[in-house]
Ligand binder design. Structure first.
Ligand code: AMP
Ligand code: ZN
Length: 116
């Protein structure tokens, strides 16, 4: 997508602090971190949001999720982390290129506690 900020990051047209890259996935530090460690895992291919995903995207989604434990360890997150996917208007998504937030640090991450 020509005008998508995350597609531009994948293409190197906008600089980012890269965490990881393979054929399908790109990961980079969030520019406005909400935790001592805060990075985003995105598909290289433009996918608007999780709401657009179907069974056909199961491999891509699984690959993104499965990459996170190793990346989190490499970033020093040895005691857990929080993963967040904001989806659509109600989910307060700001950038419409699918991304998984990974947040962590020495202390528990503040935020909504579902079920508590
Ligand atoms: P969301 O509300 O889930 O769509 O969050 C989008 C995230 O992208 C926010 O946490 C932003 O700080 C982050 N972000 C926006 N532009 C950039 C950028 N150029 N580099 C890194 N992170 C960005
Ligand atoms: Zn995009």
């Amino acid at each position: 997508m020509d005008n998508c900020i995350f597609c531009k990051i994948v293409r190197g047209e906008i600089p980012s602090k890269k965490v990881y890259e393979d054929d399908d996935i790109f990961a980079f530090h969030d520019i406005r971190p909400h935790a001592p460690v805060h990075f985003l895992v995105i598909p290289k291919r433009h996918v608007e949001s999780l709401a657009e995903c179907t069974d056909a995207d199961a491999g891509l989604l699984g690959g993104m999720m499965a990459a996170i434990p190793k990346l989190a360890r490499e970033q020093g997150l040895n005691d857990g982390f929080r993963t967040i996917v904001n989806t659509g208007r109600v989910g307060r998504q700001e950038v419409y290129h699918l991304h998984i937030h990974v947040l962590g640090g020495p202390e528990p991450i503040p935020g909504p506690m579902v079920g508590h």
